[in-house]
Design a binder for this molecule. Structure first.
Ligand code: SAM
Length: 265
């Protein structure tokens, strides 16, 4: 498969949105939305989504902590026509945002960004509450097992461990969980929470890639497949492996922006 070809979709799974919409969002659309998403990480997410599509992996997609939808819209663009998505955020109930991570969101702003960017907000199940109020049964009943789960909500130890537990319990065997801010010195609660989760729940999760500000996990049996799949599907103009290392006992590829990024169009 041509690694530059994000339109090369498998015969069984059809995406809900066109390849042109995805390209346009990656190139320009995401810049118009308030939030935090490094260009390298958006291309890692797109590369993993492409690998899932061509591998015939389905499920639902979604995020805890959507703010105005910057990274959620990318997940939505990667959904297959038959799949559901979910968005969990406290939105206007900012008294529930215990560490004020990314405060200042609104449900209407989130939904209007979906409509403006991709003309569709219909296939999203919105939970406007704290993630601690969402049980695995709630999420599984609403959208089914999850194939791409982004964690970027509350950044305390407790909330991170809670969110990872929820994600682990709802994840498909072939699913991916990404955790934002693990290595961000401003948010030590995230790494504390991930370690708490790994210590107390003996999870069946393995990291396989580290991006600019995200760590990607999957089931250990799929880790080698995802590492190889991402290497094949990443666009070298936006992300390159600069190091291989070992993290939580598993081999990981560490990506960074290329030294000479493409010139602005
Ligand atoms: C760092 S921002 C998310 C950025 C976003 N992912 C993006 O693409 O720009 C954190 C978000 O988490 C939300 N949040 C904070 N605590 C939460 C909780 N306990 N449950 C759900 N959402 C929470 C905040 O309201 C905020 O929208």
């Amino acid at each position: 498969m041509n690694p530059d070809n994000l339109t090369d979709q498998g015969p069984m799974l059809r995406r809900r949105f066109s390849a042109e919409q995805l390209e346009s969002y990656l190139a320009a659309g995401q810049k118009s939305i308030r939030g935090w998403l490094h260009l390298t990480d958006s291309h890692l997410i797109a590369g993993i989504g492409q690998f899932q599509t061509t591998s015939g992996f389905d499920g639902s997609l979604g995020e805890i902590g959507v703010l105005h939808g910057k990274s959620f819209i990318l997940l939505y663009l990667l959904s297959h026509a038959s799949e559901s998505t979910f968005a969990i955020d406290v939105f206007e109930q900012q008294e529930l945002n215990l560490d004020r991570s990314g405060h200042g969101t609104s449900k209407e702003k989130f939904l209007s960004n979906l409509r403006e960017c991709i003309g569709d907000d219909r296939h999203v199940r919105v939970f406007d509450c704290s993630s601690v109020a969402v049980s695995p049964e709630d999420l599984l009943d609403a959208v089914g097992p999850v194939r791409f789960f982004s964690i970027d909500g509350g950044h305390t130890d407790e909330l991170t461990a809670n969110d990872l537990t929820l994600a682990d319990r709802c994840l498909c065997e072939h699913g991916v969980i990404l955790v934002d801010d693990y290595f961000n010195r401003n948010w030590p609660g995230v790494s504390n929470g991930v370690h708490r989760f790994f210590e107390t729940r003996a999870p069946r999760l393995a990291p396989f890639a580290i991006g600019a500000n995200k760590v990607f996990f999957c089931r250990p049996d799929f880790a080698e497949e995802y590492r190889a799949g991402l290497r094949r599907n990443i666009r070298p103009t936006y992300a390159e492996i600069f190091k291989r290392s070992v993290f939580f006992g598993f081999p990981v590829d560490i990506y960074r922006p290329p030294v000479d990024p493409p010139a602005a169009p």
